[in-house]
Design a protein around this ligand. Structure first.
Ligand SMILES: Cc1cc2nc3c(=O)[nH]c(=O)nc-3n(C[C@H](O)[C@H](O)[C@H](O)COP(=O)(O)OP(=O)(O)OC[C@H]3O[C@@H](n4cnc5c(N)ncnc54)[C@H](O)[C@@H]3O)c2cc1C
Length: 295
């Protein structure tokens, strides 16, 4: 298989037996068979057709925890698939464009609606997959259509309705399609106001979130009627740690990696939070992060 990968991709874009800790914001995880970086949509689709079910697709790896055993699969990372263009009030972006870049292209073109996304450290595809959101905005508000392929490389355009976007959920959580790009519909706005909003939201993030540590953002989904961080804090778990994994002192909704945490340490902290919150409040915390293992 390595030979076939090298026929499709440049040598420097194929890292054999590569630790996933180097490619996720949590900084945990054993090796994948190889980590592969396609350079454009054509290469990505060729890889999908070659690897089919033997691959995991990732953007910036900012919402995943890869287990210590690693992945008996190939990890295809889209960060180099990053064409973006503005067409009137719409923006087309490849799957691997960062949400920060997407928001700044919108701002530069005086288009409002993506300010909420400028501090989310994911890609366009990761954002769509998760229906990422913050500060009252979510991908659902601005997406127009999504381009994707199935494992045989057949293309499909998903209309907004077909995306089934809801809280941290999209149709892609169910159907196994690989997102190649998307179109966003925005509204004309005032450039200075857009930049000022982005600046303000990013400052609020810095003030509240432990951005100085590795993490995958909010560890748990927001349970109906509660905030996960508040329940964890009120359970007395701020600072609770196993190895280098810790419930952040700054924001109890984040489990952080203080240095060289193993995925098993993170999972132990998650389990303890779930158990304690269930006992104390009768609320079931569900991880927002995607746990990737061979099971
Ligand atoms: C400090 C910090 C702050 C954060 N703040 C927020 C926030 O405010 N709001 C929020 O919603 N999230 C937040 N997150 C979480 C994360 O950034 C988002 O969920 C983001 O959208 C994930 O994008 P990604 O490219 O990193 O996806 P990844 O983590 O790489 O992947 C996430 C999922 O998407 C799938 N996927 C990725 N690319 C594709 C593709 N091309 N086709 C099909 N499936 C694909 C993956 O298989 C995986 O299941 C934060 C994370 C961190 C570390």
């Amino acid at each position: 298989m390595e030979g076939k990968l090298l026929e499709l991709c440049r040598r420097e874009n194929v890292l054999i037996n590569e630790p996933m800790k180097n490619h996720t914001t949590f900084g945990c995880g054993g090796a994948a068979k190889a980590v592969v970086f396609p350079e454009n949509r054509q290469e990505l689709v060729a890889l999908v057709k070659l690897l089919k079910d033997d691959m995991v697709i990732l953007g910036n790896g900012s919402n995943v925890l890869v287990c210590d055993e690693g992945l008996e699969k190939y990890a295809v990372i889209t960060l180099k698939v990053k064409e973006v263009k503005c067409e009137g009030d719409s923006i087309y972006a490849d799957c691997g464009v960062s949400l920060a870049k997407l928001s700044s292209v919108a701002a530069e073109n005086s288009l409002a609606g993506l300010e909420f996304a400028s501090g989310i450290p994911g890609t366009v595809a990761g954002g769509i997959f998760m229906n990422a959101g913050a500060y009252g905005g979510e991908i659902k508000d601005v997406i127009s259509e999504v381009y994707a392929v199935d494992k045989d490389g057949n293309e499909k355009i998903f209309s907004k309705e077909e995306l089934k976007l809801s809280y941290r959920h999209s149709v892609f959580c169910e159907n196994g399609y690989i997102i190649t790009g998307a179109k966003f519909n925005l509204e004309k706005g005032n450039k200075e106001v857009i930049y000022a909003t982005m600046k303000d939201l990013n400052q609020r993030r810095k003030d509240k979130q432990p951005l100085e540590y590795k993490s995958a953002g909010s560890t748990f989904k927001r349970p109906e009627g509660y905030f996960a961080g508040q329940l964890i804090e009120e359970s007395g778990l701020k600072g609770y740690s196993v190895g280098d994994a810790q419930v952040s002192e700054k924001h109890a909704g984040f489990v952080i990696n203080k240095g060289d945490a193993k995925a098993s340490d993170v999972l132990a902290v998650i389990d303890h939070c779930k158990k304690t919150v269930a006992e104390k409040f009768g609320v079931n915390l569900e991880p927002e992060i995607k746990i990737l293992s061979n099971d």
